[in-house]
Design a protein around this ligand. Structure first.
Ligand SMILES: [Mn+2]
Length: 333
């Protein structure tokens, strides 16, 4: 998106925020650092303007994000469906959906009647350049490393001052979505933004510790299983592994304990991309794909073959079924 168009959208965003009184902030299922960081930064900003703000998402957030400001325990309820009866007694002037390019990825998709939503919906996202859903405003750019960067650009352009709490939320999103400033989406611009956020009081070392290295023994055990099973396929140059429901039970681990495993699998130097399959209960398999810029592989194309999607270097898909078939042998080995 060219600069002028991007700025015009920020002007429009500021104008509609000014007019609205009550907000519902929504993000994608099982929110990650960028989803939570962008949503909570907006929450703090809007509440500072005296607005009424509610936050909602479906699925469980990774527990290690609890260090984030405003990340209250009730945000971690397992199922938070935004159903029609929820809206019967509540009125919101504006819905801001961050870090998700479509309603399908949020609880709002479960509403039976959604036509009224179009006139109140704002998308802020970096997974796409064009949001296909009906909405009031969309600010979407795949050039941005994180949705937190879009919000930061908005604050910069509108000369909105903010302090340590917002800076911590924004730096968390930037840090996690750039793989700790290691991925190819790390540019001089993202480093500049990080530097400014640190100047405002955000602690990079604390964020790094909370999001990357704090792990329980259960998590280490489940990582062990995934890494031990890693196999390399010469023909496709893929390194892959899997984790079953039984593994999770035996290690007393949860799906969020597996965050980061796919990146580590990619450390195998002969591989072009990595794949981790995990069983997600109720006959579902989740696939997560990763690659590196210099390996010249677009994993979103592979995800699309299985009905999924995502970024060039990080994508995912979901399949029906189980990894272990009736004979007790894994289907992927
Ligand atoms: Mn993101």
């Amino acid at each position: 998106m060219e600069k002028k168009k991007y700025q015009n959208k920020f002007d429009k965003l500021a104008a509609i925020i000014e007019k609205a009184e009550s907000f519902l902030l929504v993000t994608h299922k099982t929110p990650d650092g960028d989803a939570l960081g962008s949503t909570l930064a907006l929450k703090i900003y809007l509440e500072g303007l005296g607005k009424k703000v509610s936050v909602f998402f479906t699925g469980k957030a990774e527990a290690h994000f609890r260090f984030l400001p405003e990340c209250y325990i009730d945000l971690f309820r397992k199922e938070n469906f935004l159903n029609d009866s929820y809206f019967k007694n509540r009125k919101f002037d504006l819905f801001i959906l961050s870090d998700a390019p479509e309603l399908k990825r949020t609880g709002l998709f479960d509403l039976k009647n959604r036509s009224w939503l179009d006139k109140k919906l704002v998308f802020l996202d970096h997974h796409t350049d064009k949001v296909k859903e009906g909405c009031l405003l969309e600010i979407a750019s795949r050039k941005k490393a994180a949705t937190c960067q879009i919000i930061y650009d908005f604050f910069q352009y509108k000369r909105i001052s903010f302090g340590k709490n917002i800076a911590t939320c924004l730096l968390t999103g930037l840090f996690t979505d750039t793989g700790g400033f290691l991925h190819a989406n790390t540019t001089s611009r993202t480093m500049q933004m990080a530097s400014d956020l640190m100047r405002r009081g955000a602690s990079l070392s604390k964020i790094a510790k909370e999001t990357f290295s704090n792990r329980g023994v259960n998590a280490l055990n489940i990582w062990g299983r995934a890494l031990e099973r890693a196999k390399f396929n010469e023909r496709n140059k893929i390194i892959f592994s899997y984790v079953t429901e039984k593994d999770l039970k035996e290690c007393k681990a949860s799906l969020e304990d597996l965050a980061g495993v796919t990146n580590v699998l990619g450390a195998a130097e002969e591989s072009t991309y990595s794949l981790l399959l995990t069983e997600e209960g109720r006959d579902r398999i989740k696939g997560s794909l990763r690659s590196e810029e210099y390996k010249n592989c677009d994993v979103s194309e592979i995800a699309k073959l299985f009905g999924g999607g995502g970024h060039k270097l990080a994508s995912g898909f979901e399949l029906k079924g189980k990894i272990i078939n009736k004979t007790g042998r894994p289907i992927v080995a």
